[in-house]
Write a protein that binds this ligand. Structure first.
Ligand code: AMP
Length: 559
């Protein structure tokens, strides 16, 4: 840390690590004491003319990416943004996301990672919670006009204590009040660099993936987030020959830093951005750029299988494919390598910190039935009874608590409810139900809240979904608890199926055939053409529950 640099302006707004822990993480070398701006400079020196980034026909060397970061940092500084300012970044998978992100890092401004799918309610919430001064958007994407959204957010924040002051548009701003990304003013004196950040400063704000309520903001520092990416790179054995394909939203923690974009750049490799998540696009780019790894979520996996069967692409460059962000059914995991001829790595983690990985040399059984073990030797995990907080017996399911060098100690501007996510000794309550194997691998069996209580019998939704997904006609499955007079709560299976759809009775018989307890069988089966998804592409169970709840249809004046 440079002593003459002033204290981070917003450090009181979140809880960092206690001094003792911070010292330990620094002494052990987990926290390397560099900002992302410094890191990019260093990579540019080491890998100058190597390709850092590919977006369609456009390619950036490390040196060019470093220059771009300077240009963006300088331009945003000239606009009036300063170190410590929060800037909402809502961009699709385009190279400009990477340029903007590093430009903000070099300036010491803090990107707030919005997802392309977020709309007015979420962005206004994020702007208010973060006190964002800036907003970077695309002009249009997938038919949606983000400039109109920017106007709505500006209006909503006009009289706030911390109003939104600057909108930067990648593409055509139309409105003269917005700044065109390609025409950011230049900062010939490089004034922005003098005010650069320190490694312990806030580097970015990620969104909590919670399925209830509005997202909370997760503070990540340069030190801790760089370690997050580095440890992922070590687990995956990344080197300069690696080529990462960013398929999932690039602002998502999994895509950006597990090890993803940042871990690949740290290793001197190449990042390729996929303009859309379709398997056809991915296969085309894998072949063209000789991609060595990528990351998917479970709903994409069956689509990869069917597209692979149709087009038989050459996937020989792939060393492995990561699947994570939601539970991959064991059955799909088992079919993965035989179908695609590519090694699978399961990844289970959270934007709050802890990331678990199956290792590339783990036996198949662990790879197919567990969600991995912690990435860092300094990650601490406890499995406890969600009721009384006491450790459960070895191998029994319980709530996962975790603490470590890249796991937060408190949310940004968190309220009392947010504080309840932590134990007195600083462990984060993940809300996930896991079992820990003797090898340290974790098996995710559900969510504490994603448990359906049918008259006292507990049903872990994930377990039943796994069985449903094993049926050849079931593409996607969600088990949702709905209020029920007799049982209090009853499980309803919501399914996306291939045609002809199997009858409900057939599915129930299928589940019985797999040895499932009767109380776990869905009371009802609903078929949908597509699942409602959260902004990061997970099945939105809250939306499904709202649709299925009887209250949702009794909206008359007497209701
Ligand atoms: P996010 O912060 O959006 O990545 O969401 C984190 C949450 O997603 C975790 O707390 C889990 O509930 C869930 N999750 C992530 N990866 C997995 C996985 N491989 N298996 C099961 N659940 C997962």
């Amino acid at each position: 840390m440079t002593p003459d640099r002033e204290e981070a302006p917003d450090s009181p707004q979140w809880t960092g690590w206690p001094d003792d822990d911070a010292r330990r993480y620094r002494d052990a070398g987990f926290w390397a004491g560099a900002t992302f701006g410094d890191l990019l400079r260093d990579w540019a020196v080491r890998h100058g003319e190597r390709t850092a980034l590919v977006d369609g026909d456009r390619r950036w060397t490390y040196r060019q990416l470093d220059h771009a970061a300077d240009r963006i940092a300088g331009g945003l500084h000239r606009l009036g943004l300063r170190r410590g300012d929060r800037v909402i970044v809502q961009l699709p998978n385009r190279a400009e996301f990477v340029e903007t992100w590093f430009g903000l890092q070099r300036l010491g401004a803090v990107p707030v990672h919005a997802m392309p799918g977020h709309r007015r309610a979420e962005i206004v919430h994020l702007a208010a919670l973060s006190g964002a001064a800036g907003y970077v958007v695309a002009d249009r994407h997938t038919g949606f006009d983000y400039r109109r959204l920017a106007h709505e957010v500006l209006d909503a924040r006009r009289t706030a204590d911390e109003p939104l002051r600057h909108v930067v548009v990648v593409g055509d701003p139309v409105d003269s009040g917005f700044t065109r990304y390609a025409e950011l003013p230049t900062d010939p004196d490089g004034d922005h660099v003098d005010a650069g950040p320190s490694p312990g400063d806030l580097a970015l704000l990620l969104l909590s993936g919670g399925t209830t309520g509005m997202p909370k903001l997760i503070p990540r520092t340069h030190d801790d987030y760089a370690y997050n990416a580095r440890v992922g790179g070590e687990v995956c054995g990344l080197g300069p020959d690696d080529v990462y394909l960013a398929v999932l939203p690039i602002a998502f923690n999994f895509t950006l830093a597990c090890p993803g974009v940042l871990g690949t750049l740290m290793a001197g490799g190449t990042v390729v951005v996929a303009p859309n998540p379709s398997p056809a696009t991915a296969f085309r780019l894998i072949q063209r750029e000789r991609v060595t790894f990528t990351a998917l979520n479970p709903p994409l996996v069956p689509y990869w299988f069917s597209e692979y069967a149709d087009s038989r692409p050459d996937l020989s460059s792939l060393r492995f494919v990561q699947v994570g962000s939601a539970r991959l059914a064991d059955d799909l995991a088992r079919r993965f390598t035989p179908t695609l001829g590519v090694r699978l790595q399961q990844v289970y983690g959270m934007a709050e910190g802890l990331i678990n990985y199956t290792r590339l040399d783990d036996p198949d059984d662990l790879v197919c039935t567990t969600q991995g073990r912690p990435g860092s030797p300094a990650d601490e995990v406890r499995v406890v009874d969600p009721g009384d907080g006491r450790p459960v017996a070895a191998g029994e399911p319980g709530e996962l608590l975790t603490r470590g060098p890249y796991t937060l100690r408190g949310y940004y501007r968190g309220d009392a409810a947010a504080a309840a996510s932590f134990t007195a000794d600083g462990f984060y309550r993940t809300g996930d139900l896991v079992r820990q194997l003797p090898s340290g691998h974790l098996n995710v069996v559900g969510r504490v809240k994603d448990q359906i209580n049918r008259g006292g019998e507990k049903i872990a939704a994930t377990e039943v979904e796994g069985h449903l997904l094993a049926h050849p006609a079931v593409r996607q499955a969600a088990l949702v608890g709905v209020p029920d007079e007799q049982w209090g709560e009853a499980p309803v299976a919501v399914l996306v199926c291939t045609q002809p759809r199997p009858a409900a009775a057939e599915l129930v018989a299928f589940l019985r055939g797999r040895g499932l307890a009767t109380y776990k069988l869905p009371d009802r089966v609903e078929y949908v053409d597509a699942m409602p998804l959260t902004a990061v592409g997970k099945i939105d169970k809250k939306a499904l529950a709202a649709r299925l709840a009887p209250a949702a249809v009794t909206t008359g004046p007497d209701a």
